[in-house]
Design a binder for this molecule. Sequence first.
Ligand SMILES: Cc1cc2nc3c(=O)[nH]c(=O)nc-3n(C[C@H](O)[C@H](O)[C@H](O)COP(=O)(O)OP(=O)(O)OC[C@H]3O[C@@H](n4cnc5c(N)ncnc54)[C@H](O)[C@@H]3O)c2cc1C
Length: 404
Amino acid sequence: MSEILVLGAGMVGVSTALALQARGHDVTIIDRNAPGRETSYGNAGLIQTEAVEPYAMPLAPGALMQIALGRGYDVKWNIPGLLSQAGAVLAYARNSLPAAHRRASQTWGKLIRQSTERHGPLVEASGADNIIRRDGYIELHRTPAKLDKARSVAERFLAEFGVEATVLDSQQLRRLEPSIKVEVAGGTHWSDSWNCSDPGGLVARYAALFEKRGGRIVNGDAGDLHRKGAAWVADEAQGEHAVVALGPWSPLMLSRFGLKVPMVFKRGYHRHYHMDAPPHHPIADFANSVVLSPMRRGLRIATAAELTRNPRLTPPQLKHGEQAARELFDIGAPVEAEPWTGRRPCMPDMLPVVGRVPDQHNLWAHFGHGHQGFTLGPVTAEILADEMNGAEGWEALQPSRLKR
Ligand SMILES: Cc1cc2nc3c(=O)[nH]c(=O)nc-3n(C[C@H](O)[C@H](O)[C@H](O)COP(=O)(O)OP(=O)(O)OC[C@H]3O[C@@H](n4cnc5c(N)ncnc54)[C@H](O)[C@@H]3O)c2cc1C
């Protein structure tokens, strides 16, 4: 048994702590906030089994031109935002080319396919069943051409990864989601994915389970992590091993320990809206670059990627997403005065960083899950915990790749 310090109480850190605790270790989590209040709070709540390919940057000339000209709503940027991460964005673009993307998908697909299997026991043990729905989500297709393309994607995902989906025509869609007001060509019902009506609440319940099982959570700043004799110390917490699970703040921490982490920080926004008859499933309207998730607080409209250093006061993607959502559904007023914003921690090779930090004794990395960290936290936590217990770890995820 070792004493282990986990830095960060998002989905990734809390899942790490639970996986290590299950292997008999004495684990302390440190976070400056309550568990699940940052990126793991603000997501669309999807626990995805169908997202077998990581998000590639759109590289078709038309799509690139749209992004460059600031049109469209998939990716927005400004000059300071782009310049501050230019190297990482270029590497992300290179890795979006078909051969590299296929390579990343082989590893990514294997991770994603384990997600519900890994969340399942935690949901049950933490008593979180009432905030989990196990009936998938719906991706809308507004035109017949998009619907045709969706059929071939569904067939390919079934053949290559075993993903279950039903492609719906407009009438079948209407039966599943009668509150949609406009005529669209159809949708894909990704039926074996799950979703959560309170993502921050799920992390909080996993954290409560960790405490119930004897774990300790310290409210403090991990920024001064340092060595004291054989121990890693941060604020009032210490351990023989330390795991950096600080989501988008991980590169800042690791730069102090000789590891330069190139990260693409894809900012997203969400806001909740009152709604009398919410959809029965989350609805992904990718034509308008939004996901609409029925949550405890109302309908959560979550946006795609923005490459900016500072949040915008009136985010154009959210404004557009709200218009698209109002076209589809009867939606009331916003619940909060201001939208929420946070940054997806995306690695340029689209794979999370899981394993031993090079040249540092007993320092471990666990971050960089990009668009799917809420889904993948418990999956990669098992991989890391096995590695910390002496197993080999996954070569493609090792932090040492960042040194090459
Ligand atoms: C709009 C949007 C929609 C998304 N939708 C989905 C989705 O539907 N499904 C999905 O799987 N993923 C989704 N994601 C991605 C997902 O939310 C992230 O990948 C995931 O939450 C990352 O978790 P994390 O634990 O690594 O980071 P975080 O949740 O950010 O946790 C990091 C923790 O570190 C703490 N911390 C930082 N610095 C310090 C310090 N100095 N001292 C102490 N503590 C510190 C923070 O307080 C925080 O609690 C979405 C993201 C966004 C932005």
